[in-house]
Design a protein around this ligand. Structure first.
Ligand SMILES: Cc1ncc(COP(=O)(O)O)c(C=O)c1O
Length: 338
């Protein structure tokens, strides 16, 4: 099948660019020094490629992601880097421990107790390193680890996600602030112990020397937000659309808010002959744009570059893998849901 015959909107992954990104990251963080985050693609077929690249341990954001990875035989070492209280979901994770190694993040007595009650065997203490989100204070981490050990659980170490530092304009400032954040994480690690110190993402992957593993995810497919940073990763994933209405002033394609996450701003829209466009706005099913030169015709295809890849993936059931214009595979986005 030719890429241009796909029904649109179509989520399309360029295999050459994907492979280039996977290799570029593995060169900097080979093997177990990268724990790829699957929330960025939600696709076990893509995770399998990351494993072929040498990474056997993965980061997940939801119980559903963990269970989907286990079902696909990718359960060597799964970290649920998120707090869970739901007893049913925790029990499902506990049941999967016979087939996989599963570690759950905890940041409070509540989350420790919930994990223990469900039969979870291993936890990691999530430490707040400055992002106002999950994670305990560094000075609380030892107490949380002790409580988990009293419940008979293995405490594998600490994690701390510095999400507020991923995209900063000044490189020196970013380096210093990531260093400060990691001081907090390592102070907590002193109190917690265990072999794992896990942190980082695509925006800071190059700044980590004091952790045992980096949790980057977006690097594989990238998005136009991260693409501005000058890292050696390129956008591998676009949503292809069809111009369904056009006039001399603007054109409209069938890639709207329901095919594309907008929380990082407008996507890029290019015509297939490589022309840029000015994007006016998106509505539920439409993007309205003006080609820089020439006029778009009804029936033309466009390539839309998402500004935020993770939530874009969750809007699609399938991704089409292409090499050039040849569609070479159909990947289920099979880790959606909670
Ligand atoms: C806990 C955690 N670790 C790591 C990441 C890294 O992701 P990315 O590669 O998109 O920066 C995220 C992203 O939000 C995250 O929530």
């Amino acid at each position: 099948v030719n890429l241009l015959e796909l029904p649109t909107p179509a989520l399309v992954i360029d295999a050459d660019v994907l492979e280039y990104n996977l290799t570029a990251m593995a060169r900097v963080h080979p093997g177990s020094s990268l724990r790829p985050h699957v929330k960025a693609h939600k696709c076990t077929a893509l995770a399998a490629l990351q494993r072929e690249e040498g990474h056997h341990a993965f980061t997940c954001a939801t119980p559903r992601e963990v269970l989907g990875m286990v079902a696909s035989g990718l359960g060597d070492d799964l970290l649920l880097a998120n707090e869970v209280l739901d007893p049913a979901r925790l029990r499902a994770l506990a049941a999967a421990q016979d087939h996989a190694r599963i570690t759950v993040a905890v940041d409070s007595a509540h989350t420790v107790d919930a994990a223990a009650a469900a039969g979870i065997r291993a936890v990691l203490v999530d430490v707040n390193v400055g992002l106002p989100r999950c994670g305990c204070r560094p000075d609380e981490a030892g107490r949380i680890a002790d409580l988990a050990r009293r419940h008979g659980m293995e405490v594998r170490g600490v994690m701390g996600y510095e999400g507020h530092l991923m995209v900063l304009p000044d490189a020196e400032d970013q380096r210093n602030r990531v260093d400060d954040a990691m001081d907090r994480l390592l102070a907590a690690h002193e109190l917690v112990g265990g072999p794992v110190v896990s942190a980082g993402g695509t925006g800071t992957y190059h700044l980590h020397r004091r952790v045992t593993e980096v949790q980057a995810g977006s690097y594989a497919l990238m998005d136009s937000h991260y693409a501005t940073l000058g890292h050696p990763f390129e956008q591998a994933c676009h949503v292809y659309g069809t111009v369904i209405s056009a006039n001399p002033k603007f054109a409209v394609a069938d890639v709207g808010l329901k095919a594309l996450a907008m929380d990082h701003g407008n996507p890029t829209v290019e015509t297939l002959d490589g022309q840029g466009t000015d994007v006016w706005f998106l509505s539920d099913e439409h993007v309205t744009f003006v080609p820089h030169t020439g006029v778009a015709e009804v029936g033309d295809r466009v390539r839309v570059g998402p500004a935020h890849i993770d939530p874009t993936m969750t809007m699609h059931e399938v991704a089409w893998l292409v090499r050039g214009h040849d569609v070479i595979d159909r990947w289920a986005i099979d880790l959606r849901g909670w």
